[in-house]
Design a protein around this ligand. Sequence first.
Ligand code: MG
Length: 228
Amino acid sequence: MSELFKIGGTKIEPTKIICLGRNYLDHIKETNAPIPTEPVFFVKTPNTLITDNQPIIYPKILYESQENNRVDHEVELAFIMFQTGKNIAARFAFDYIQGYTIFLDMTARNMQISDRNIKLPWYRSKNFDTFGPIGPEIIPCSDIEDPHNLNIQLKVNGELRQKSNTKHMLFKIPEILEYISKFVTLKRGDIIATGTPSGIKPIVPGDIIEASIEKIGKIIHEVILEET
Ligand code: MG
């Protein structure tokens, strides 16, 4: 199942959004997670995608909950698949990539932690509608010489919350693609997000989130409370 979606001037039809977890050492430390020996990945679904300054909707079910009232931002470098592939060798990885963009892996943090503690998947904490802002456009591979040397940052209401560089990624893009495609056929238009650096913090309705990556641009999204 796929849905047509437009990022900047480019139409894509993602069948899935695959996200790396635990891919920056400083973020692994702040979450007290073990350092992975192989890439850790999970899936987000196309209902999460928004772009072009559309608001992030803070779910009422979280807002009104005692235990689950926390939603965090995670800024990530993402890439878009150019062609379908399975068992992709790392050395050919860039032949499979259309380009790069900015992705926000919004996360219902307390729900994620409590689900994880009772050995449930991360699915529901990651897949609320609008929990995947993306954009502002897809920058072709040819315009970015080294995707592993880009400054990446996120501000909330003008305050700097996350600041790093993609060189700190534990698993680099060719390795990530080789690993994921051992298990999953990746389709043209699929989105792969490469993990977040440290500085994850909660957001609240009314916040303005501004995420940027060098050579790609900036996305700005307001957080609003879900209406009933
Ligand atoms: Mg993430």
